[in-house]
Design a protein around this ligand. Structure first.
Ligand code: GLN
Length: 561
């Protein structure tokens, strides 16, 4: 019932219940135009002027969250501190803004319907027909305003997934339409992202798809205030005028978004186009700095674009055909590379195609090897062969989640000589389950949201490589897994040089393992990549790249000798 009360409050938005300003970002013409990056870049510019900003993503699909989706379907599943399995755009928001997101920052159609149907069963709408309008749209609006009601944010940016005109996104667009009237004037703004395709044969950019897309949005009752037009070429001023004329926006609200060398250039490109100024003016935002302070951002870009070193890192996984499946890892390498003023060339390898015979020839020119997270048997033996090669040849190695579990299994098989060592994920009846399911996981029958998820504390051993990376002994990191290192084997591991350098102080679960007689062999049960940002590159990635630089230098020196 309390939820309905909030819904009622939504209709009273004029009475100062909402403190924030709201920006809605929609997309048209095609998907993959980079709404997430534009939203994050605008948020960065506003943040750099002193405003507090958050971004939320509304996804039109019916899954409750992307946790049950195959990475091939939707890319990486990003996990928040509070254990939400979310869209990978939340990763961009965190990497740009350096502030954590939460459960509330990602809403799906599934979550909305689930809530409304549960309410209906509880009798919350007794006597009423439950309908898309107003019940579903009320729930969407409640969630759209929720973060604004915390009082924490001056601006809440809401990115609507999908394209205008999709059947699925209609209730979201309808909710935006309603909110535009319910919120006080100047408290909301719609930015529409479109594409200006370049037709080679005609030798020019075309505005028609943008016109149609804006028309579709207007037919749904929403008139955009600002158009951000993705384009491969600069948009001539005559064309900007034409777009403004046909799409009912001011000419200086037609913003050009050219393809960028790196996504981290986009805030500066948007500043050049004065996107932030237009937004501030239209929302009558007061109190911010005259100019965004982007000094540290520019320093980062300077280091990123002027490397003095270069390393080649192998990323071994099973979803390598789709780089989005490893988005946070790829971005963490960019941050750590810049920190080290080092160009990180990432080479991906399909774990399924690596075996004992080919491992050396495939991986021979690498300066560091990362074995990625993952699920299931496919490609697992290739990961084991990879790790054996890195361990025996003193190549810097970094294992994450399943990569850590594989490192433990490889060590058990090849150093401790437990030949049938494995994980119960691969072999439920394993005789030597070096990696095993936790007791509380065994009772679980529901798949969604039931892994060990979110932030947990870990204590690092003084003197370990992990400790030296973080420079402190108490850390928190995010998790997403069901299986764990089996402590029955820990003593044998440690006696033979593989130590548990990170332990969860409450449960005793092993969080980090590392080899003592190896230049840099560290593997974490958690996902360090999820906490790497432009401002705070992740210490383990930074140290891994340092070790890779050291490794190349030693390699070169030995060639000279
Ligand atoms: N499949 C492993 C588990 O569930 C590892 C998961 C992961 O790499 N995210 O424990």
């Amino acid at each position: 019932m309390s939820d309905l009360k909030v819904n009622f409050a939504v209709h009273k938005t004029n009475s100062k219940l909402v403190a924030s300003k709201f920006i809605f970002v929609t997309g048209g013409v095609t998907s993959s135009l980079g709404k997430g990056i534009i939203s994050a870049s605008l948020a960065k510019l506003l943040q750099a002027r002193g405003f507090s900003v958050t971004i939320q993503k509304f996804d039109p699909y019916i899954n409750i969250d992307p946790g049950t989706l195959n990475p091939y379907e939707h890319g990486e599943c990003f996990v928040t501190d509070d254990g939400a399995e979310t869209d990978l755009d939340l990763g961009h928001y965190e990497r740009f803004l350096n502030i954590p997101t939460s459960q509330a920052n990602n809403v799906t159609t599934g979550k909305i319907y689930n809530h409304v149907i549960t309410q209906e069963r509880q009798g919350a709408y007794l006597g009423k027909t439950v309908q898309v309008v107003p019940h579903i749209t009320d729930e969407i609006k409640r969630r759209m305003l929720l973060l604004g009601q915390t009082g924490e944010f001056d601006v809440v940016i809401t990115e609507i997934g999908g394209c205008v005109g999709d059947i699925e996104s209609l209730p979201f667009i309808e909710s935006v339409r309603q909110l535009r009237w319910e919120l006080p004037p100047n408290d909301s703004l719609v930015i529409h992202l479109t594409l200006l395709p370049y037709l080679k044969a005609a030798g020019e950019l075309k505005t028609k798809p943008t016109q149609h897309s804006v028309k579709a949005l207007s037919e749904a009752g929403v008139n955009p205030d600002i158009l951000v037009c993705r384009s491969e070429y600069p948009i001539p001023s005559e064309m900007r005028k034409k777009i403004a004329l046909f799409c009912n926006v001011q000419v200086n609200s037609v913003i050009e978004s050219l393809d960028a060398e790196t996504i981290y250039d986009v805030p500066l490109l948007m500043k050049k186009e004065k996107l932030d100024e237009r937004v501030i003016k239209k929302l009558k935002l007061t109190g911010g700095a005259q100019d965004p302070d982007l000094d540290s951002w520019k320093e980062f870009l300077g280091r990123l674009k002027n490397p003095t070193e270069e390393v080649t890192i192998g990323l071994i996984g099973k979803y390598v055909e789709l780089p989005d499946a490893y988005k946070s890892i790829i971005e963490a390498f960019i941050h750590a590379g810049a920190q080290n003023e080092c160009k990180v060339k990432l080479k991906t390898f399909h774990a399924e195609l690596i075996d004992k015979e080919t491992v050396a020839s495939q991986l021979q020119n690498l300066d560091g090897i990362l074995v990625a997270p993952g699920f299931g048997q496919r490609g697992f033996e290739g990961k084991i062969q990879t790790i054996c090669y890195a361990r025996e040849n003193n190549i810097p190695f970094f294992g994450i989640c399943l990569g850590m579990q594989a490192a433990a299994i490889e060590f058990a098989r090849n150093v401790l000589n437990i030949k049938d060592a494995t994980s119960t994920e691969m072999e439920p009846e394993a005789k030597n389950p070096v990696i095993d399911m936790m007791a509380d996981q065994k009772e679980i029958t529901q798949m969604g949201g039931t892994m060990r998820l979110g932030s947990y504390t870990c204590e690092l051993k003084k003197g370990s490589k992990a400790f030296s990376a973080y420079g402190k002994n108490k850390i928190t990191e995010r998790h997403r897994h069901r299986y764990e290192f089996n402590n029955k084997y820990l003593q044998a591991f440690e006696e033979n040089g593989m130590i548990a350098s990170g332990i969860n102080p409450e449960t005793g679960l092993v969080e980090v393992i590392e080899l003592q007689n190896h230049p840099w062999f560290v593997a974490a049960q958690y996902h360090p990549e999820l906490k790497s940002t432009v401002q705070n590159p992740h210490p383990l990635f930074v140290k891994f790249i340092k070790a890779a630089i050291q490794y190349t230098k030693t390699k070169k020196n030995s060639l000279v000798l």
